[in-house]
Design a protein around this ligand. Structure first.
Ligand SMILES: *Cc1c(COP(=O)(O)O)cnc(C)c1O
Length: 436
């Protein structure tokens, strides 16, 4: 990798105190909190560039990356077809305020892979997608309450920054200062995988519930798989009560398989939220679903939602190129095999070193939990050994592997993580786990 594109003087660039300068100007020195390393301690490195499975920091250190921008980069960093398509688009103009064929083409790829998405709207982030999907759900049902599952993250807008206390369903309490209690009270949280709690909630308040929103495989408390029957129960309960089922597939869409979790598990939501992989690292989101529901969105219907840069041509070109490079369902056989090799390898090594650890995984997602068995909800992910995770994280970083800097994040495997790269991650983990 050459260093002349980003900086003309690599040495001076490396010697700058970027962390200090950043912290003086931006909260925590970052543009998104998890990047600050608060979950593991220490200070983040600053990135100069990336290629394939590698990140190169400003000091010239090359790291194997398992963060992959938290999910979008399923082909690895800077894959040639995506870079070429985005570069072509840039040369043709960065934004128009008028529709382009690229939006139509990307929408056709998405609806072709996900039959439940009959019609969609492009936005700029996953947060915008879930926020807008809930607005549609409330408009369609004329109801106010939204149900989510504790530990599921759906973005940072006011209605969804809520989690439950442990145990039974709890009325929403905001996770963030600045969210009015009156607004938080419209969101009810239930433990993930707790079908009984959800059934009780529907029994008591079903006629007030506009929608249930769920990560159909949870990735934002670490990877937690839906128990058999859980998604089916969500479908049945919402349908019986006249509420909508919203799958937040921002992380899982085109990540666990070509058709998302809905294609894999055969449960059809009313609305689906996407982002991450469909944008290939550019700011993109989308929400879509049943034709009648999406026809409620302006200008066809009364639900207002807009965006100056939505459907941005550079972002559309990048996403389209990435989906075309993935090509279809068979891509995921190979990806799943690599993820399984990493997950199973880590579990075997942990066992050899007498460290209790499990690595639930699916498609290109996995988490290493320091626990006896795979967690089923947030109470169980929070009960895992976080101090051990902290030492694992720093041990891996010292050996040249960038693992997500929180015990509650998902690690992402890409097409660029060849078996040789996986072996190198496992070799590092062997030595780190031996010292835990
Ligand atoms: C990342 C994520 C979001 C938020 O997407 P942004 O683009 O960061 O706003 C929402 N839902 C899920 C499941 C996510 O993983």
């Amino acid at each position: 990798m050459t260093r002349d594109v980003v900086t003309t003087d690599g040495a001076a660039y490396a010697d700058e105190p970027w962390g200090t300068r950043a912290r003086a100007l931006m909260p925590g020195g970052v543009s998104s909190p998890v990047r600050s390393f608060r979950g593991v301690g220490g200070e983040p490195f600053f990135v100069e560039r990336a290629e394939g499975p590698y990140l190169l920091d400003v000091g010239g250190r090359r790291l194997i990356d398992l963060v992959m921008s938290y999910g979008p980069l399923i082909l690895g960093h800077a894959p040639a077809p995506v870079v070429a398509a985005a570069t072509r688009a840039v040369a043709h103009g960065l934004s128009f305020g008028a529709p382009t064929p690229l939006e139509v083409l990307l929408a056709e790829r998405i609806t072709g892979a996900m039959p439940a998405v009959e019609k969609l709207r492009f936005v700029n982030s996953g947060t915008e997608a879930t926020m807008s999907a809930l607005r549609v759900a409330r408009a369609a049902t004329g109801r106010r309450l939204v149900v989510k599952f504790s530990g599921c993250y759906h973005g940072h807008h006011d209605s969804l920054l809520i989690r439950a206390g442990s145990g039974a369903a709890t009325l929403g309490v905001p996770d963030s200062a600045g969210v009015p209690a009156e607004l938080a009270a419209l969101t009810v949280s239930v433990p993930y995988n707790d079908t009984d709690a959800l059934a009780r909630l529907f029994h008591d308040q079903g006629s007030d519930i506009a929608a249930v929103i769920v990560e159909p495989v949870a990735g934002n408390m670490g990877t937690v798989l839906p128990a058999p029957g859980f998604l089916e129960a969500l479908r049945a309960l919402t349908e019986a009560a006249g509420a909508l089922l919203v799958f937040d597939e921002v992380m899982t869409g085109f990540r666990v398989g070509w058709g998302g979790v809905q294609g894999w598990r055969g449960v059809t939501p009313d609305l689906t939220c996407l982002a991450k992989v469909i944008g290939a690292g550019m700011p993109v989101g989308a929400y879509g679903g049943r034709r009648d529901l999406m026809s409620l969105v302006a200008p066809e219907g009364p639900v207002y939602q807009a965006g100056t840069l939505s459907g941005n041509p550079v972002a559309m070109a990048a996403g389209l190129a990435q989906l075309d490079a993935i090509g279809g369902p068979t891509f995921y056989d190979d990806l799943s095999e690599r993820t399984a090799a990493l997950a199973n390898g880590l579990e075997a090594l942990a066992g050899r070193h007498h460290v209790a650890a499990v690595a639930p995984h699916v498609g290109g997602m996995m988490t290493l939990f320091f626990a006896e068995r795979a967690p089923r909800d947030m109470a169980e992910t929070e009960a895992t050994d976080r101090e051990r995770f902290r030492r694992f994280f720093h041990g891996m970083l010292a050996k040249g592997v960038f693992w997500p800097p929180s015990p509650f994040e998902t690690a992402f495997v890409s097409h660029a993580h060849t078996p040789d790269i996986i072996d190198r991650v496992l070799a590092a983990a062997d030595r780190v786990l031996a010292g835990l």
